[in-house]
Structure formats: C-alpha cells, structure tokens
Design a protein around this ligand. Structure first.
Ligand code: NAI
Length: 485
C-alpha cells in the first residue's frame, strides 16, 4: 500500500512513534474515545481534511479519528509548527516501515515556504478518486483550509482571482497565486470540493472569528462547530497550554533569565492570562496592555500593571503579543525597544507584529542566531531578538502545548467531528442556512470528566435533593449556558 505524503524524512518515524506512545498515556480523553467508539465506527465514511499543527499530540488525534473509521489527509496550519518525527510516524503508521508506509497521508514539515504551505493545504483537499470521493469534512485551526474552499469558490464564480495588489500581504499574494494555478488546472475545482463538504470543526479563536463573519455575511458554505469555545478548550488549552508553552519557547529560543525582567503581554484574553501568569511565575514584572475595559480590570485585579505599549515599550525586556489583532507592535515600537529585548507573538497569525515594517527600517540588518531566532540590528548598533519571524512562537520555537491539555482540546475536536458528520442536518437555522455552534454543555462536561481520574480528582456527587434545590439533573449539565467559568 502506498501512502501519499510529503514530509521531511520517513526514517524519523521510530523516534516519532516513541513520542506518540508516551503522549497516548497523557491523553486519556482521546484514548477513552477510542475505547468508547472503536467498535461502532461513527466516522466510517468520513474523509477528513485536517489543517492543524502537525505535532506529536496531533498524531494521537489523527490516529483516534482513523480508529473511529475516518480516512484522513493532513497538513500543518503553520510553516514552522510541524514536528518532523511526528509527521513521519503518522505516514509510516504503527505497523508500517519507512520502506513500506501504511499510515495516513501527511503533507507537512518544519520550515515550509509560503508556497509550500499553500500547496500542502491544497493537497489535503485534493483526494484521489472521482467526484463524490473527495473530502467531506474539514478539521481546521485558524481557518486556512476553510478559506481556501470559500475564496476558491467565490473567485471561481467571479471568473477570476483578483489581481495581486500592493495592499496584499506576501502570504495573501501567494494564496491568490495558488488559487489561480488550481483554477487553471480545473476551472470547477472549488465548487466541486465545496459541494462535498458536510462541515468544519474549528480549533482556535482566530478561525472562529472568521467563521462567524462568514455566517453573518450569509456566505458560510457549510455548518461549523466552534471547538475553541468549548469551556474545556479555550479555558484550558489557550490558558494553561500557553502558561506552559510560552516559557518553553522563550527558554529554548534564548535561555535568558526571566526573573526580575520586565515583560509586557499584549492582550489579556485566555492566552494572555496564561502568558502573564507564567512570566510572573518566573519572577518577571509583568505589564499588560488591553483595549477591553473588562479584561483590563481583570488584569489590574490580578495584580498586573496595565499600560499602553507606547508608555512602556522602552522599559520591556520581553514583549509578547496574544491579541488575535493586527499591527499591535509597530516598527516604531521596535525602534524604541531596549537593546537585545526579546519580541515574540503567540497569537495565531503573524500580523500582530509588523515584520514587513521592521524589514523596511532604513539601515536594518538581520542575523540568524539559530533557526527561528533572529537578531535585527538597527543603524545605531542596538538590536532586538525576534522569535519565529513573528509567527506563533510556542510552536515555532518549542513543541506547542503538552499532551494532557491537548487531550481536552482534541477530545472536543473528535466529538465535534462525530456530531457534525452524523448529525449534519441539525446544524442549520430555520431557513436551512448553515450555522456556527458550540458543542452542547453535556459533551463539554464529558470531556472534563474523561480527564479527572488521571489527576486523582475526587468529584463530589449531588444528592437528588441538592440537584432539585439547584434545579439541575444529578448527571448534569451543572451550569446554564450563560455561565462563564
Ligand atoms: P481572546 O479574544 O480571549 O483574547 C485576546 C485579547 O486581546 C482580548 O481580551 C482583546 O480585548 C485583546 N486585544 C485585542 N486587540 C488588542 C490590542 N490591539 N492591544 C491589546 N489588546 C488587544 O483570544 P485568545 O483565545 O486569548 O486568543 C488570542 C490569539 O491566540 C488568537 O489569535 C488565537 O487564535 C491564538 N491562540 C494561540 C494559541 C497558541 O498555542 N499559540 C492557543 C490558543 C489560541
């Protein structure tokens, strides 16, 4: 059996398999779902196009989806986030060899160019076989696979891809070129792909924003489940995951002592809360920037100074962006930063830091200290250190979140894929238009439940009388929809 793939090196598979085996032990939610649904095969017939960081934890997700009956093709959703040994292990599969791979098609390696990135994304949506045999589900992180289908179809209907302009980012220019090429090969490619898709499950805040925008504009082509806003995703992965992996990225990239330093965290949402806590845990003096008075007040009550970046940019030793917004750190800011200050982004896209603006500063030079760590030196000889070229640093400079927290996120992903694949018709509004919805609360609670034993948690059980007093069922759900945790 040959397995379609484009990865760094299949001989890394053994190293990847050892890591996957250890990760499985730390991912009780996914393993419980394998045990629960392995026989009934609820994803039989699902052909999932996955665009999500190709890490060891994602390998466990992929092999859970296939254990439940799905066929899968996978790409990473970031040019730097792939762990090459994990990608190799998934292609080779648990029973294959590098000479005779028997696993799942993967198109991902660490350090892709933008052209290669979009080629890989196209590959997951281009299945062998004829009409009706293409992808019928998308599992997305950040919305790039979903955008390719939507923009492809839109530009196909318009008869052309709009010309690339000066306002387009480099990446959007590359994206347009890819769509142009695919339409030259098959003028109906994206209409055909779109018609086959039953739905998408989206992993992250930024991708979810895009989905709600599409739904509001009446342009969403298929139903979506917002996995990010399961409580057991955003209040765990975004917060506790970043609390772990921000520091990991900083240490692997620079190994500077964090204690005593001044660190600025831009954005005090779920990600920012985790980042600020971990920097404080290392003894940094943390300053938060916010645009939302509620989050600003939360940061103040949590004991952080809240200031505008303009006021503190020249005091910071470390600046981290976690806003999901764009142009948060400008080239002007960067020129005011302290000599050798560290600048990094942990938000999904690379536009939080104006890297293009930095490259245009007169007289600037760039030195690679090591891959994904660059020193940018200004004309006066002072320099700043930028991680992962402004792309998300916990995956570019480290290996992302640890397995246990990703088990929560990916249990939500697996359940969302089953929901949407098996109950597609329920995810539309009265007029039959596709909707964006979160998973029902009892499934969110189930994901948490699956992770309690591993941590030795002893959960208190409501008596029947207590449940009646609170107006809930003994078996849950325990909170109303509007509860915020
Ligand atoms: P969120 O919406 O909870 O938090 C973002 C915060 O930034 C908000 O409180 C908002 O008011 C604030 N903000 C927006 N613009 C700002 C500006 N110009 N200056 C200062 N503050 C500003 O979103 P969440 O869940 O914290 O995610 C943030 C980003 O991180 C998203 O792009 C998300 O996709 C990404 N993400 C990255 C992860 C990683 O592993 N690297 C994990 C999870 C999410």
């Amino acid at each position: 059996m040959s397995v379609d793939h484009k990865v760094r090196d299949l001989t890394l598979a053994e190293a990847g398999r050892h890591q996957i085996r250890l990760a499985e032990h730390e991912m009780p939610g996914l393993m419980a779902l394998r045990a629960e649904f392995g026989d009934s095969q609820p994803l039989k017939g699902a052909r999932i196009a996955g665009s999500l960081h190709m890490t060891v934890q994602t390998a466990v997700l992929i092999e859970t989806l296939t254990a439940l009956g799905a066929e899968v093709r996978w790409a990473s959703c970031n040019i730097y986030s792939t762990q090459d040994e994990a990608a190799a292990a998934v292609v080779v599969g648990p029973n294959g060899t590098p000479e005779d791979p028997q696993g799942v098609p993967v198109f991902a390696w660490k350090g892709e160019t933008l052209e290669e990135y979009w080629d890989c994304t196209e590959q997951i949506l281009t299945w062998p076989g004829g009409p009706g045999e293409g992808a019928n589900m998308i599992l997305d992180d950040g919305g790039d696979a979903t955008m390719l289908v939507h923009k492809g179809k839109e530009w196909e209907a318009a008869g052309q891809v709009p010309p690339t302009t000066e306002e387009d980012s480099e990446e959007f220019g590359v994206f347009k070129a890819l769509v142009r090429r695919t339409l030259a090969q098959d003028p109906q490619k994206w209409t055909t792909v779109a018609a086959g898709i039953k739905g998408v499950t989206e992993e992250t805040t930024t991708g979810v924003h895009r989905l709600y925008q599409l739904a509001e504009a009446g342009e969403l082509l298929f139903p979506a489940i917002n996995v990010n806003d399961s409580v057991t995703k955003s209040k765990f992965d975004n917060k506790y995951g970043c609390r772990h992996s921000l520091i990991d990225g900083l240490n692997r990239a620079t190994d500077v002592l964090i204690g005593g330093k001044v660190a600025v965290v831009a954005g005090y949402g779920d990600v920012g809360k985790g980042c600020a806590e971990s920097l404080r845990g290392q003894g940094a003096r943390v300053i938060v920037t916010e645009i939302d008075p509620i989050c600003a007040l939360q940061a103040a009550m949590d004991g952080y100074q809240v200031a505008r970046l303009d006021s503190v940019v020249d005091q910071a030793d470390i600046i981290i962006t976690s806003t999901g917004c764009f142009n948060v750190v400008t080239a002007e800011h960067m020129q005011q930063m302290k000599n050798k200050a560290i600048l990094a982004n942990i938000g999904h896209f690379d536009n939080e830091i104006d890297m293009a603006g930095l490259a245009r500063v007169p007289g600037i030079t760039k030195t690679e200290i090591k891959p994904q760590v660059h020193e940018w030196t200004f004309e006066d000889g002072e320099s700043i250190i930028v991680l992962s070229e402004g792309r998300l640093m916990n995956l570019g400079n480290a290996t992302g979140h640890p397995s246990f927290v990703m088990s929560n996120s990916f249990s939500n992903q697996t359940i969302a894929q089953i929901e949407l694949f098996t109950k597609t018709d329920e995810y539309v509004d009265e007029e039959g238009a596709p909707t964006v919805e979160t998973l029902p609360k009892h499934l969110d609670e189930k994901v948490a439940q699956l992770h309690l034993d591993a941590l030795g948690v002893e959960l208190t059980e409501l008596t029947k009388e207590q449940a009646e007093y609170l107006g809930v069922d003994v078996a849950g759900p325990y909170k109303p929809e509007h509860y915020r945790y």
